[in-house]
Design a protein around this ligand. Structure first.
Ligand code: PHE
Length: 339
């Protein structure tokens, strides 16, 4: 029986097989159990001898089982180490081209520029304010001097909701919200998402980002506005930029302008003046219209204002030489990892 047990134990290939062998000898119907059951029918002398032998066998069996179990456990972990090892010092191949081998993830290129602008403006005493993306007609149009039948409403193709609200078409809504909640003099910027019912192509998106800016003070001039815009663009492009103003129409500013800058070509490394240097339109701005001040309860004889509406997508496209506005929202890592 002992030889039989030793062979069976040696042959067990895994813990399960070993458990079966154990069962075969010491289980309810096991060989050893069978021997023990017969003890009662033996003479006292035989009983002593067989009992002794059975105990010796049991001890030997336990010893063999324990040794085999240890061996099986060891070889199991040894083979796990072969097949499932984890080398924490290895850089996964898909990340190896990113940032010197370690990818920490990062913010979206629009967020990066937005944060930089926020830092510049807060350093000049501006507060960052926010407003809802689902708006009412009053804040998006009415209070901004668009009368109900004003043709300028057509400049902004609008998404309306079934409840009569709309998705804000510009961050100028926040000019009104700031005037409602803050006392002048004030300086605010309002970055955020805006929506237009656009035919989407390489330069038009239905969802994009703007940054509104507004100053209200006792005396605000076009000169102040121009200086502010020049500071902003110099910071963004990391070099001196030439700007000029052209007349532009928006119902909530008077006078209203389109601000152009001398064309720059940029890539990750920096910007230089375009070969056939022309002007490019970068942002609309102007002095706050007296009707806007009035609708906020301010006396235009006492208070003046300047405002601008920076299109963040377009600015970031120029900054990095991005050719298609649709990249921003496509969620493609190949694109995002470049910034
Ligand atoms: N809100 C305008 C737009 O989105 C831009 C603008 C803002 C113009 C502030 C003048 C002053 O088209």
């Amino acid at each position: 029986l002992e030889a039989e047990a030793a062979a069976a134990i040696a042959a067990a290939a895994d813990a399960e097989a070993l458990a079966q062998v154990t069962q075969n000898f010491t289980g309810k119907k096991g060989a050893l159990t069978g021997v023990m059951k017969q003890l009662g029918s033996l003479t006292p002398e035989e009983r002593t001898a067989v009992g002794k032998a059975a105990n010796t066998f049991k001890a030997k069996l336990d010893e063999l089982l324990a040794a085999k179990e240890k061996q099986l456990t060891e070889s199991k972990f040894a083979s796990l180490a072969e097949t499932e090892f984890l080398d924490l010092s290895v850089t996964p191949p898909e990340f190896s081209q990113v940032r010197g081998g370690v990818s920490s993830g990062h913010t979206h290129p629009i967020t990066q520029t937005q944060r930089r602008l926020e830092a510049i403006f807060t350093s000049m005493g501006f507060s960052i304010v926010d407003g809802p993306q689902v708006e009412d007609d009053y804040h998006n149009f009415g209070a901004l001097n668009f009368t109900d039948d004003h043709p300028a409403r057509d400049m902004q193709d609008t998404f309306y909701t079934v409840t009569g609200h709309l998705l804000r078409t510009h961050t100028s809504t926040v000019q009104i919200r700031a005037l409602e909640s803050m006392k002048p003099p004030l300086r605010i910027i309002a970055p955020g998402r805006v929506f237009r019912y656009e035919e989407v192509d390489a330069s038009h998106e239905h969802t994009f980002y703007q940054m509104e800016g507004m100053i209200i003070d006792r005396k605000v001039s076009v000169g102040n506005l121009l200086h502010l815009m020049q500071t902003l663009l110099t910071e963004v492009f990391g070099r001196e930029v030439d700007v000029r103003l052209r007349p532009g129409y928006f119902p909530f500013v008077e006078p209203g302008f389109e601000l152009d800058m001398k064309c720059l070509v940029c890539n990750g490394a920096g910007c230089s003046v375009c070969k056939h240097s022309g002007w490019v339109e970068v942002l609309p701005c102007g002095l706050v219209h007296p009707n806007v001040l009035r609708s906020a309860g301010l006396d235009p004889a006492e208070w003046q204002g300047a405002a601008f509406g920076l299109g963040l997508n377009r600015l970031v496209m120029m900054q990095h030489g991005i050719e298609d506005i649709r990249h921003f929202m496509a969620g493609k890592l190949e694109f995002l990892r470049q910034f």
